[in-house]
Design a protein around this ligand. Structure first.
Ligand SMILES: Cc1cc2nc3c(=O)[nH]c(=O)nc-3n(C[C@H](O)[C@H](O)[C@H](O)COP(=O)(O)O)c2cc1C
Length: 159
């Protein structure tokens, strides 16, 4: 299966999640994981599976992730299976009613990524997923890399 994981990452946590997914896909050699700014439209040609992930920043994907998604031509993901993930805070850790309210209104990055991927013709394989960081700069919550691998394996099994 020709699969690609595309991610953005400021502090390195989303990168670790993307790399774990890459390892879990298409064993034994794994799939490549590339930063959004390094992916060229040609690399999407002949793809069977595209997974895109971003840190959640102000309830949204990063600007670079949005630019990457915007650069995919209309119907450019016809016939491609897609999935989306983000990294995020756990709202309950913040213990803030205002933040919880804002999150309930505006959500996280993964859903808008999934929406953009399907708008370009991609077939969504699993619901958008979030992986938790302990603080703004991480680290990832214990067990999240294993959960990311498992999530990617579930997607591969559906393909
Ligand atoms: C400016 C800024 C805004 C953020 N906004 C959100 C947010 O709206 N929701 C959330 O869950 N996490 C938010 N976070 C936490 C990030 O999701 C966290 O830094 C990210 O998951 C780390 O991923 P990275 O190491 O790949 O950059 C924010 C962090 C920063 C620095």
């Amino acid at each position: 299966m020709k699969a690609l994981v595309v991610y953005d990452s400021i502090f390195g946590n989303t990168e670790l999640v993307a790399q774990a997914m890459g390892r879990a896909l298409g064993a034994p050699e794994g799939a490549e994981a590339h930063r959004v700014t390094e992916v060229k439209p040609e690399q999407l040609k002949g793809l069977e599976l595209l997974i895109v992930g971003s840190p959640t920043r102000a309830f949204q994907p990063t600007p670079a992730t949005k630019r990457f998604l915007g650069s995919i031509p209309a119907r450019g993901l016809g016939g491609v299976k897609v999935a989306a993930f983000d990294t995020r805070f756990n709202v309950e850790d913040a213990d803030s009613a205002i933040l919880a309210f804002l999150v309930s209104l505006f959500g996280y990055a993964a859903k808008p990524i999934a929406n953009r991927l399907t708008r370009k013709g991609g077939e969504l394989m699993l619901a958008p997923e979030g992986f938790f960081v302990e603080g703004t700069e991480g680290p990832l919550r214990e067990g999240e890399l294993e959960r990311a691998e498992e999530w990617a394996r579930r997607i591969a099994a559906e393909c």
